[in-house]
Design a protein. Structure first.
Length: 364
């Protein structure tokens, strides 16, 4: 990715401005001899000529980057639609005595959303040379696990939210009991769907490894563990260490599971998987901190859910601990490190690079 080159270019331009400033100070000094002043003037003109060329180059790169971003938006829409289509193939049929539960499950699964985690699975699968449909059951399963957590998060016993993704939450439509049951059913359905992957490959070990990652990252040592600590300490003062634990497990764990699962299914090496996991942890933490920022700075229309819910529920967040500016700085630090790690893999996926950037600069 060109990020490192751009940073070097920016630094070089900044250094040139510094040199010009020093030259200007010397020229303004009345004690500078006339001959020396002419020499400094010529040197300054050369620097200005060089700087003009560099600024033209930067402008071209910026325009190229904007073009890539426009293409990225089109590609993101296309990949989101692909993920949506994949998810719908694995939804339960709405029939029989348990029809209402199936309807509640499908209501929450078809509520829209970014489909970020399924997209990450497929992009990591592609990054490491994966082909075919092997990743698709895991894409659907991941979104079911994620959606189950949202359905339960919205319940009166937890966040007590009435809206999710711009429409009424599942328990507001189907009742609290069905909200609980349909959430559990989605979690179970995820494992039913992942088992279908065994029919898509001869390499059963990759499927077993991927399922183990999904189980580890979503259970007591992952998402559910993070949620439990979050609930147990709701409204209490938290230190950064515990907040990091909650964020790493409640949010980062599913990002990690998505990216690592895609890599494992495609046959990535142990070292590559280690790098992906660390990058994913950084992305997940940056994603959650950005969520904290949006809860304060966004609108309900933009976000598709109530704003200032953290403040109303007395939740400790990075914003409440550090302030918006410092929290935004942390988002940049984490995302830059994640991009650096992914670049070290020496594999090309420009869409994935732009996706990571978009996650931490989003407005919803």
């Amino acid at each position: 990715m060109a990020e490192t080159e751009e940073k070097k270019e920016a630094k070089s331009i900044e250094e040139t401005f510094g040199e010009l400033d020093i030259l200007a100070q010397k020229l303004e000094d009345r004690d500078t001899p006339l001959e020396e002043s002419f020499r400094l003037y010529r040197q300054g003109m050369e620097l200005l000529k060089d700087l003009s060329g560099r600024l033209d180059t930067v402008e071209k790169k910026m325009l190229q980057r904007m073009g890539h971003f426009v293409n990225f938006k089109d590609e993101l829409k296309k990949r989101t639609e692909e993920a949506e289509s994949t998810l719908r193939k694995y939804l339960p049929e709405e029939g029989g005595f348990a029809k209402t539960m199936a309807e509640a499950m499908n209501y929450s699964m078809t509520a829209g959303g970014k489909r970020l985690r399924p997209i990450l699975i497929r992009e990591m699968y592609r990054l490491f040379g994966g082909e075919g449909e092997l990743c698709e059951p895991f894409m659907a399963a991941m979104e079911m696990i994620h959606t189950h957590s949202l359905v339960h998060d919205d319940l009166p016993a937890l966040d007590n939210d009435d809206y999710r993704r711009g429409r009424l939450t599942t328990h507001k439509v189907y009742g609290e009991a069905m909200g609980v049951l349909s959430g559990v059913a989605l979690l179970n359905r995820a494992y039913e769907v992942m088992l279908m992957a065994f029919d898509l490959t001869e390499d059963k070990e990759r499927v077993i490894s991927a399922m183990k990652i999904m189980a580890d990252k979503t259970g007591i040592n992952g998402m559910l563990g993070g949620q439990s600590v979050d609930v147990e300490n709701d409204g209490k003062p938290l230190k950064r260490e515990m907040l990091n634990y909650i964020y790493k497990n409640k949010t980062s764990a599913l990002i990690e599971a998505s990216m690592v699962t895609g890599a494992v299914l495609a046959g990535a090496s142990e070292e590559e998987i280690r790098i992906v996991e660390q990058a994913a942890e950084d992305i997940g933490l940056a994603f959650q901190i950005q969520d904290d920022i949006l809860d304060v700075t966004s609108t309900q229309e933009e976000l598709g859910k109530p704003i200032h819910s953290d403040e109303k529920n007395n939740k400790v967040t990075y914003v409440s601990l550090m302030g918006i500016q410092a929290a935004a700085g942390k988002v940049k630090e984490l995302s830059d490190h994640a991009v650096e790690l992914l670049n070290s893999l020496d594999r090309e996926n420009e869409f994935l690079d732009l996706l990571v950037e978009s996650l931490v600069s989003r407005r919803k």
